[in-house]
Write a protein that binds this ligand. Structure first.
Ligand SMILES: [Zn+2]
Length: 540
């Protein structure tokens, strides 16, 4: 019994649980003992009780499920934190609701303050894109720059366009689109690379605001059972995390990826300072092949079903993607690339294959983020090449409401192909893409297991043959995530010696009706042996 191998004092004992360890040879137990920031033992309640001392905090799980802390493998953590404090447009159901929310928010901020965030979704009201004319009269003194929930397009009001010096005439930007009204003037919608025309004029938030955003993001994550995130961001984001880490304030472990094109800077930083520790790690580089399906900027092999003649776009050239991938790989860095359309995925798989052949064998764990719409012949290549599909199951039940309109029924068969990827031995990592979707693993597990779209129009599941089992989804949110950041020896399962990152859920997800999974509650979240969320304490 492993419990006798470690005799450090037990600080927390979790008993009477249904413990899913994530360890293939011993997947189930009843109790877990923590000692400081490590797991001391996993076993039966009787065995763990023998380790309890007067100093031990005993948590009775009351038959709830105890799992490794959830790893969200794809978030934009500071953007999410900023959004928690900004205008909320995600659930605006009509254009007038959209307008009213912006008007109400504008009344709460000083003149001249930029209003950003938003996360609107024009599919909520049938697909008409918002225009600056909707909001100009209610926001004369505040630049407004609010993004669609996928981040691939955003709406500027006239004040924002003036502040950014965007001309009323003038062409598109490579890899981007400026939507125009009947008179040929910009309507306020800027897509993909065209967003840079406004982005460059948005003032940086001051450090105190960013620190608050990070704190809000960690609280949000902890409430949802998320103990680690892979953050897709910038060097300035990394500076915020470093500040929090130095002050001992991190409550969520962060693997912070920086832009792929800056691989040389990361190589030099890693050479000078190493890759960090279990709270804050670097070494990952995030690149982009294409845009998103909702913006019609995913790169497809064939045109979109609802836009013949348009097959999306590449946001970087294949030459640059190859050079960055190859150079980063030669520098022993971890290459993580966004690819959504089948043409984008095919292109990046080809680059990964070529780079591996040219640079030789090593444990490189290339990742494709999203991997949403895969051409059928490319599905087994993930397993064969060892490329990690880092996917967001919530997107499937969100996009599933309208995706067939955009790609048609045939391509939909291999969309969000969790099951087919699993069956061809790909190692799935799951996440949310928060703030694009809620960073709620229980919702993600529900989505992967049921594939019931948010409008509930597919009660048996949208493309039901791509459903996976609860344990598969749990693995993708725990061990799969740990593997995807080279940390499977430290976390991702409950075993003696691993980090004490543990979540207690109020019911056993494997025993309840799948459609009720999203109703389960997180009772406790423990990170590094410290209780960072306690539902009972939170509700008092
Ligand atoms: Zn993302």
């Amino acid at each position: 019994m492993s419990m006798t191998t470690n005799q450090h004092p037990v600080t927390i004992a979790i008993v009477n649980g249904i413990v899913w360890t994530g360890e293939p040879d011993k997947p189930w137990a009843e109790a877990v003992a923590l000692s400081g920031d490590r797991i001391a033992a996993v076993g039966s309640t009787a065995e763990i009780r023998l380790r309890v001392s007067p100093q031990t905090k005993v948590i009775d799980a009351h038959g709830g499920m105890v799992v490794p802390g959830f790893i969200d493998s794809h978030v934009h953590f500071l953007a999410g934190g900023m959004n928690l404090a900004s205008v909320q447009l995600r659930d605006a159901r009509t254009p007038s609701d959209f307008i009213a929310r912006i008007k109400a928010f504008a009344a709460t901020v000083p003149r001249g303050t930029w209003i950003t965030g938003g996360d609107w979704d024009h599919e909520n009201w049938g697909g008409d894109l918002p225009q600056r004319s909707w909001i100009d009269s209610i926001t004369p003194d505040n630049p407004v720059w609010v993004n669609r929930l996928d981040g691939h397009m955003a709406l500027a009001n006239s004040a924002a366009m003036r502040a950014a010096g965007v001309p009323m005439s003038g062409g598109d930007v490579a890899g981007g689109t400026i939507t125009r009204d009947a008179s040929g003037q910009p309507s306020g919608i800027f897509k993909d690379n065209a967003q840079e025309l406004i982005d460059r004029s948005v003032p940086d938030p001051d450090p105190a605001i960013l620190d608050r955003a990070l704190d809000a993001a960690m609280t949000y994550a902890n409430e949802r059972g998320v103990t680690s995130v892979d953050h897709m961001g910038t060097w300035s984001d990394l500076a915020v995390y470093e500040r929090a880490h130095a002050a001992g304030k991190l409550r969520t472990r962060i693997y912070a990826a920086v832009p792929l094109s800056t691989w040389a800077r990361l190589r030099d930083t890693v050479a000078a300072r190493g890759r960090g520790d279990s709270w804050l790690r670097i070494g990952g580089l995030k690149g982009f092949v294409d845009g998103s399906l909702g913006s019609h900027t995913a790169a497809m092999m064939q045109p979109f079903t609802d836009a013949p003649g348009d097959s999306g776009l590449l946001v970087n050239t294949p030459e640059n993607l190859y050079l960055w991938t190859s150079n980063a790989d030669k520098a022993n860095l971890h290459v993580i690339v966004h690819a959504i359309g089948d043409r984008a995925i095919n292109l990046q798989l080809g680059i990964f294959e070529r780079v591996e052949r040219e640079n030789g064998a090593r444990d490189r764990r290339f990742r494709i983020e999203h991997a949403q719409h895969i051409a059928p012949p490319d599905i087994p290549r993930f397993g064969e090449l060892g490329v990690i599909p880092s996917m967001q199951p919530y997107h499937a039940i969100d996009d599933g409401r309208w995706a067939e309109k955009v790609i048609g029924p045939a391509r939909a068969r291999t969309t969000y192909a969790f099951r087919a990827l699993r069956d061809t031995r790909a190692r799935l990592a799951f996440g949310s893409d928060w703030p694009v979707a809620p960073a709620t693993p229980l919702e993600g597990i529900y989505a992967a297991v049921t594939r019931r779209t948010l409008d509930d129009k597919h009660p048996g599941g949208w493309i039901p043959e791509q459903k996976i089992a609860v344990e598969d989804a749990l693995r993708a949110y725990t061990g799969g995530g740990a593997y995807a950041s080279f940390e499977e020896r430290e976390k991702g399962s409950l075993a003696p010696g691993k980090l004490a990152d543990v979540v207690i859920i109020d019911r056993d997800l494997t025993k309840i009706a799948p459609e009720t999974i999203r109703g389960a509650k997180i009772d406790y979240t423990i990170v590094g042996g410290r209780i960072v969320y306690d539902r009972n304490a939170a509700s008092q």
